[in-house]
Design a protein. Sequence first.
Length: 183
Amino acid sequence: MFDDEAQLIHRARAGDPQALAALYDCYQPAIYTYLYYRLDDQAIAEELTSEVFVRMVEKIDRYQARGQPILAWLYTIARNLRADHYRRANSAQRLPLDETLAADGDDPPQTVEHQLAADCLRRALRHLTGDQQEVILHKFVDDHSNAEVAVLLGKDEGAVKSLQHRALAALRRAIEKERCYEP
């Protein structure tokens, strides 16, 4: 854990709203990305991301580092909230309403191409195991190093490299199966 992070956590435990805001600003993008690629619904990803940080504020006094960064704890909260969401929504099917195409960017063709690539990745990721999804998203979407991914997943770096290799091969096969990407 970084000294700055340890100091922020200490201040957050003392109720410092600026420290809580700094933790949110630092880790919200990673948590949102994690949920977005697993849920395939922007609104639900935003809602669960908010809930992750509500729980962080409520339980920060009980957080224990145990040699891992606070981001690992936040991913655990996000993973549990996602599982709860699927249990609650198991019987209710929702079709995502994607309003981002109309609202994003000034270049519609580029926006559409980006959206199609993101949709392809989300569909292909469903074919991977949970660990493979975690490695792909942490490594290539969140841009973490192998060492950081190892800490986040509680594995050694060699296992992460091996898992990454298998995950990329599985992702390539899944994209071919989905037939959703043309180089």
